[in-house]
Design a protein around this ligand. Structure first.
Ligand code: NAD
Length: 283
């Protein structure tokens, strides 16, 4: 009987956008552990190269850091030339660049009689500039790298793409309408592209992480003064049946599963990795 393993990922070339971030680093380590060659494509070139060198030294894997902006097609095309030259043709893609911004976040969860005098703190005070940036980073920043980095997969008639979605793609979280709508659009696009590419050997899926404390949400879930959870942080833990925030390493298994041929008949799905948050009604 054939042994089930991630061996098919060994020697393949994977691009991960936003790979120098908190979640990205954890995924790069998982890829390194199964012998995949990795190109970390990130806006922060210095950090991408530093992360690549550190994980390569630790694991012996082949990892490079390449600068590109996921919102600029030309910069992605230039990165592809470098990746092809250094690592070969691209087999796998993870669209990890994304996130929220305080500029696209309301200060209050709901409008009511106590705060209606301060509309600036609500939906009505949102700045379109912040809204546009968050929407573009998460949606266009998934679409454009996919257009560029799946070209080799098309030629090879084989490939796997993973988009990084979020819990708020299923039910919007309060305060962050742009991020919620953008991640919902990522799920929708995942399904659309999975259908579009199903006959040319490219699978497209997504992972929806639950709650992890990272640079992007620290200001929302931790209390600056006490260092403990904010009211929102407490709400998250209370509504996560496992009763805790996740660790970025919790995403590794789902990502390797979707990249590997183990999931060869799986396309167009979004896997929640959330300690049960999405399954829980709160009662
Ligand atoms: P992070 O901020 O730690 O990392 C994001 C990385 O993306 C950074 O290295 C940054 O330099 C890079 N980046 C930003 N803009 C870019 C651009 N225009 N072009 C190229 N690179 C760019 O974020 P993270 O917490 O690791 O999140 C990674 C992904 O996971 C995001 O899509 C995020 O929305 C999603 N996510 C995070 C959480 C969480 O709890 N942290 C939960 C659900 C989903």
């Amino acid at each position: 009987m054939k042994k089930i393993s991630f061996d098919d990922l060994s020697g393949k070339v994977c691009v991960i956008t936003g790979g120098a971030g908190v979640i990205g680093v954890s995924i790069v380590k998982a890829l390194a552990s199964v012998g995949t060659k990795v190109a970390i494509v990130d806006l922060n070139e210095e950090l991408a190269q530093q992360v690549a060198a550190e994980i390569a030294a630790e694991t012996g894997a082949v990892i490079i850091g390449v600068k590109a902006n996921v919102l600029e097609k030309e910069s992605l095309e230039a990165a592809k030339v470098v990746i092809n030259e250094k690592l070969g043709t691209i087999d796998l893609l993870i669209n990890g660049a994304g996130g929220n911004s305080p500029q696209a976040t309301t200060q209050v969860e709901q409008l009511d009689d106590t705060n209606i005098q301060n509309l600036e703190a609500s939906f009505y005070g949102l700045q379109m500039e912040g809204f546009d940036k968050v929407f573009a980073l998460n949606f266009k920043g998934t679409l454009l790298p996919t257009m560029v980095f799946t070209r080799d997969m098309l030629t090879n008639r084989s490939g796997s793409v993973i988009n990084i979605s979020s819990m708020n793609s299923y039910h919007p979280l309060t305060k962050i309408p742009a991020y919620s709508a953008a991640k919902a659009s990522v799920n929708n696009f995942t399904e659309w592209l999975a259908v579009h590419l199903a006959k040319v050997g490219i699978r497209v899926n997504a992972v929806a992480p639950g709650f992890f404390i990272t640079s992007q949400n620290r200001f929302l879930v931790l209390d600056e003064k006490t260092g403990g959870y904010s009211a929102r942080g407490n709400k998250i833990v209370t509504n996560t049946p496992m009763g805790k925030f996740g660790d970025p390493s919790d995403l590794q298994g789902a990502v390797l599963y979707l990249l590997s041929d183990i999931s060869s008949f799986v396309t167009g799905i979004v896997i929640p990795v959330d300690g049960g948050f999405n399954a829980y009604s709160g009662v």
